[in-house]
Design a protein around this ligand. Sequence first.
Ligand SMILES: Cc1cc2nc3c(=O)[nH]c(=O)nc-3n(C[C@H](O)[C@H](O)[C@H](O)COP(=O)(O)O)c2cc1C
Length: 181
Amino acid sequence: MALIILGHPNLETSLANKAILEVLQKSELELEVRNLQQLYPDYQIDPKAEQEALLRHQTIVFQYPVYWYNMPAILKHWFDVVFEYQFAYGSQGYKLRGKNFVPSFTVGGPESEYHTKGEHHFRVYEFWKNLEQTAYYAEMNYVEPMYFHGTSLNAGFTELQIKEKARHHAERLIDKLRELK
Ligand SMILES: Cc1cc2nc3c(=O)[nH]c(=O)nc-3n(C[C@H](O)[C@H](O)[C@H](O)COP(=O)(O)O)c2cc1C
């Protein structure tokens, strides 16, 4: 029913993304999860296998932790090799046209630091214009990103708080996926 592209480069050390995934996998939803780090530890992503997976689904969720105000390198690399000319766009392309593009990510810092005078200066949504335009370029149905703040232990959040927020996030995501069905 939905494809989850998991762009976490080190799930063993993850709290938030791992907890989200656990809730998703326990739900009754039919999900195909592609853990990029596990599939491609050497970053040699197979574009054909990934494109075939995309073609099997109407809804694609991009699940990742925010790294340097962006997606982790393995997921960026995935876009670079999978969203090819004559697949994602081009005269023979637009194979993803109309599919749901659902960003779902975790933000280490608190929302209070994502403003002009805060540590991160910009509102969090100002960092994802390129993601949104990527979806439009491929003529996909861009769905408003789902995310939550405060996932960094070193920003003072406890493991329990992070796991609780992750569970809540996963439940919201499940509701969204049911709605998109
Ligand atoms: C390389 C790296 C870069 C990061 N960059 C940011 C950032 O730009 N903004 C932010 O709020 N948090 C940042 N963080 C914190 C991550 O967003 C946070 O660790 C992640 O959401 C936690 O998810 P996880 O428990 O699944 O690993 C960064 C963390 C790492 C390791």
